[in-house]
Design a protein around this ligand. Structure first.
Ligand code: CA
Length: 236
């Protein structure tokens, strides 16, 4: 992927903010495409196939959550959501529709740049791991195919967002082992400090809901562990 210019789609109806984001990201070497409302964002994403999306929640036409949901249905892409306030419900909705990270307005440009870079590094690292042949992780009746990015539980396909999938891969590499929230934040989000641990909690909650059963165990004050459930658990 080296030398390939990455495309970032910026979606924000406030032109001053949109232009400022676009200008800064272009200065960082990205190819930037801009959309100013929800429907335009969906069609521009299909046309330009961005590597990452910076997406405001408050948009005319379709709001950012609906845009995010449609983008993930079409083709999984990392999304950094911009929210007007630090509203937990807003953040949870964003994560539920497949956003990977979020920033509260007002934000610093350099923070947007750092988070976009982190999202792109994650995608690249996941592709490299898959290419390296580390392809199938089996934990009881849970099977994770890292090359095709598919998950099955007892033979039934489970649809996960890109972030939920990366989180699961991280846990499934060390089944039964407790991974701290800070470590998950660093490994999955490539985010060095502990400021985003709530993001980890939200994604774990969503992942747990989709996998069913008590597969993701919370170790209070420490972190999370993936439990082996189903076939292969007879040594009990
Ligand atoms: Ca807006």
């Amino acid at each position: 992927m080296d030398g390939v210019r990455r495309t970032v789609l910026v979606v924000e109806d406030e032109r001053v903010i949109n232009d400022a984001l676009a200008q800064r990201l272009r200065a960082e070497g990205y190819h930037v495409v801009q959309a100013f409302d929800g429907p335009a964002a969906v069609s521009l994403a299909a046309e330009s196939r961005p590597d990452a999306v910076v997406l405001d929640v408050m948009l005319p036409g379709l709001d950012g959550h609906e845009v995010c949901r449609r983008l993930q249905l079409d083709r999984p892409v990392p999304v950094l959501m911009l929210t007007a306030r630090d509203d937990e419900a807003d953040v949870l909705t964003g994560l539920a529709v497949g956003a990977d990270d979020y920033l509260t307005k007002p934000f610093r440009m350099r923070e947007v740049v750092a988070r976009v870079a982190a999202l792109l590094r994650r995608v690249q690292r996941a592709a490299e791991l898959a290419a390296a042949g580390d392809t199938t992780l089996v934990c009881g009746d849970l099977v994770v195919d890292t090359r095709r990015r598919l998950t099955t539980v007892a033979g039934r396909a489970v649809h996960l967002t890109p972030t939920e999938f990366d989180l699961l891969v991280c846990l499934a590499r060390q089944p039964g082992e407790v991974l701290s929230r800070t470590r998950l934040l660093a490994q999955v989000w490539d985010w060095p400090d502990a400021s985003g641990t709530r993001t980890v909690d939200s994604h774990v909650k969503a992942l747990r809901g989709k996998l069913g059963a008590p597969r993701v165990r919370t170790v209070h004050g420490v972190g999370y562990a993936l439990e082996v459930v189903g076939e292969g658990n007879s040594d009990g």
